[in-house]
Design a binder for this molecule. Structure first.
Ligand SMILES: [Zn+2]
Length: 148
């Protein structure tokens, strides 16, 4: 095998896509030829660079996953906000229905009605907030168990 043959098969040799007979011929030549050893080293570098480029492609996918993750988080928090607002409205409506006689009683002054209304609304909002916090903690603890 001369230098030209080695050059022809060098890339295949580096990729390991060559039969064992050619492989040993190339190795025999490389052990005695400075010029081909240099060629071999530069091919190895080229392969390294190509593989690094493959890694860059892979990290593109990771970035896509990252943005998907952000989108999901935004979606989730929007979900939580609407869930909370909905729960507050429904609970407030329920409380209003339950104390309808009180709220529609003309003998009770508006100030007292407003006071009771604001008080109930405050309790409802706190309740929803606490439930949300509990759910969040529950979820986080479950994640921690998975990590362990
Ligand atoms: Zn050579």
């Amino acid at each position: 095998m001369d230098c030209q043959d080695v050059k022809t098969y060098l890339m295949a040799y580096i990729d390991g896509e060559i039969d064992s007979q050619k492989k040993s011929e190339i190795e025999k030549h490389l052990s005695g030829c400075e010029k081909c050893i240099k060629e071999y080293r530069s091919f190895l570098k080229l392969k390294e660079v190509t593989e690094k480029m493959k890694f860059t492609d892979l990290s593109d996918e990771l970035w896509a996953g990252y943005w998907k993750g952000i989108y999901r988080r935004v979606e989730r928090s929007a979900g939580w906000i609407f869930l909370s607002i909905g729960a507050i409205i429904l609970l407030a409506f329920g409380v209003f229905q339950f104390f309808k006689e009180f709220f529609t009683d003309p003998s009770v002054s508006l100030i007292v009605k407003m006071g009771v209304g604001a008080f109930s609304l405050g309790i409802i909002i706190l309740l929803v907030s606490i439930i949300r916090e509990r759910l969040f903690l529950f979820r986080t603890e479950r994640y921690r168990e998975v990590e362990r």
